[in-house]
Design a protein around this ligand. Structure first.
Ligand code: BEZ
Length: 213
């Protein structure tokens, strides 16, 4: 199945290291990140899961629930978590889905047979509180992801959802943002009474809304 931005993400039930999970119900009104890693007891995956555990507080602050997945069985996940704590200094603090029958992997198109017909690639899905897909990225098995980048995109998505702004190239939280083209100048005046800088009629720059002074 090819999932595209704006699609409602498929619901599923699965076994995880935190017990059974019913995906849509578990997400509730939160944002979600579902990410796959190719295999348990592999080096890159071990570093990634330790890093996501380290960043858990950052995901919580943004009202984002995180869940990992690999096609290995629960008993392997359970045996592996000790290695993550030992080598990365952070114990797993979010659920890991066991998907040995590839039910979830197939639903989300996480197996790319020309890369490997046995293991998932490194997929990342960011899901909004409306259960719609907001972002998907696919990395090769050999490249560990940058989860600070995932947080950066979530910050951008949440700003757009709340304030009708978009974020420019290389933006990071605190930098100026762009008023979305769909907002007329008249409507923008109401939202941004402090004004903005017009570089072109379609390129209107405004300080990031919602920053505490
Ligand atoms: C890893 O997680 O280290 C890995 C997994 C599959 C292929 C290459 C590296």
């Amino acid at each position: 199945m090819t999932l595209r931005l704006g699609d409602t993400v498929p619901d599923f039930t699965a076994e995880t290291t935190d017990g059974p999970l019913s995906f849509h119900e578990w997400l509730g009104n939160s944002w979600g990140v579902l990410f796959s890693h190719p295999k348990d007891f592999t080096p890159v995956c071990t570093t990634e899961l330790g890093e996501v555990a380290r960043l858990k507080g950052e995901f919580d602050k943004r009202n984002v629930k995180v869940v990992g997945l690999s096609v290995d069985p629960l008993k392997d996940h359970r045996a592996w978590v000790g290695d993550i704590k030992e080598t990365q200094g952070h114990a797993l603090n979010f659920p890991l889905i066991a998907d040995p029958d590839r039910k979830v992997s197939d639903l989300y198109g996480m197996i790319h047979p020309n890369a490997s017909d046995t293991f998932t690639v490194r997929s990342v899905f960011v899901i909004g509180p409306d259960k719609k897909l907001k972002l998907s990225i696919t990395y090769p098995a050999s490249t560990g992801r940058n989860f600070e980048e995932i947080l950066r995109v979530i910050d951008s998505l949440q700003l757009t959802a709340k304030h009708s702004v978009a974020t420019p190239v290389n933006w990071k939280s605190g930098d100026d943002v762009i008023i979305v083209p769909a907002l007329s100048d008249a409507a923008a005046k109401e939202k941004f009474p402090g004004g903005w800088k017009t570089l072109k009629p379609y390129l209107r720059i405004v300080p990031q809304p919602g920053l505490s002074k």
